[in-house]
Design a protein around this ligand. Structure first.
Ligand code: NAP
Length: 278
């Protein structure tokens, strides 16, 4: 760890001040990043102190510095929370840097591997720093996952259809992978095809996540949508969620900023920071 890292890591075990939470955003020109900046600027308890981008000129509505290097940004702006809304390779690298410098990450970027999540959790715990990574910050999406997990107890056959805008790079979505994981924890029996299947067009049956087929649709006009379809004797059950605007993710980001200040580990999934059982 270099001098910058050492100086910023000094107070890592102290909870961050909650009076005005100092925030840095990576990906400020992006669809999610620009929405997050608008949300931050509308909260009197949050202060945007910097951005990280490829470009140095970003219109943030506030006079904040824009950096192309995260180390320099964190050293100069000394934020409490770092928000990443970029792409998987960058998001992973940024999250590690923030944790090593004692800044709490709130990560919306999707596409991290299980191994990357484990490494991030190890660094967070070693340094006693909170981190929240959520593949979906929309409350309705969290409920859709929860209801799917409950329904899985009563079925053994299920498929997931996720639909996103055509600029999304990773497939299937982080939400679909998480939903499949939750469903498989509860599924009444291991799913199995009732006939020997063939595909005349490769991929026609979607991706197979340990028996749960996931179909990914990418089209302009879409935002983020998912259907979980259970099949039983003479019936289907569909649990469906639609994010029709990116503002649907902002309450989850706001809550994560508040919660991450008092965590000393990495929490994966919005469902683990909200009480949805009652
Ligand atoms: P987007 O519009 O493409 O925005 C991504 C931004 O990141 C772009 O402005 C991109 O700039 C920028 N970027 C790329 N490399 C960078 C770097 N090294 N430093 C700083 N900025 C960099 O995508 P989006 O729709 O906003 O989504 C962003 C991420 O959030 C994706 O991973 C997406 O899957 C995820 N997402 C999460 C949720 C959730 O609830 N967790 C919801 C929606 C989306 P260039 O275009 O110039 O490369």
């Amino acid at each position: 760890m270099d001098k910058i890292a050492t100086s910023l890591t000094k107070n890592t075990k102290e909870p961050a001040k909650t009076s005005s939470v100092r925030i840095v955003v990576a990906g400020p020109r992006g669809k999610m990043g620009s929405e997050a900046i608008q949300m931050i600027n509308n909260q009197k308890e949050f202060t945007l102190v910097g951005c990280v981008d490829h470009k140095e000129s970003v219109d943030t509505d506030k006079d904040v510095p824009v950096f192309t290097d995260l180390h320099a940004c964190l050293q100069s702006t000394k934020p409490d929370v770092f928000i990443d809304l970029t792409i998987p390779e960058v998001g992973y690298k940024h999250t590690r840097i923030a944790l090593e410098l004692g800044v709490r990450p709130v990560v919306g970027t999707t596409g991290f591997t299980d191994e990357q999540l484990k490494e991030i959790t190890n660094i967070a715990e070693k340094n006693g720093i909170g981190c929240i990574i959520a593949p979906n910050f929309a409350l309705g999406a969290v409920l859709m996952m929860k209801f799917s997990k409950i329904a899985a107890k009563y079925y053994s056959d299920v498929e997931i259809i996720e639909k996103h805008h055509d600029q999304k790079v990773d497939a299937p979505s982080g939400t679909a992978i998480k939903t499949s994981e939750l469903i498989r924890e509860n599924l009444a029996a291991k799913p199995h095809p009732s006939v020997k299947e063939t595909e005349s067009i490769e991929g026609a049956r979607g991706g197979n996540d340990n028996g749960v087929h996931i179909h990914s649709m990418r089209l302009p006009g879409l935002v983020a949508h998912q259907e979980v379809v259970f099949g039983g004797e003479g019936e289907t059950l569909t649990i469906k969620h639609d994010s029709i605007h990116r503002s649907s993710f902002m309450q989850g980001i706001k809550l994560s900023i508040e919660k991450v200040l008092n965590l000393q580990t990495c929490v994966y999934g919005l469902e683990n920071i909200i009480d949805i059982d009652h």
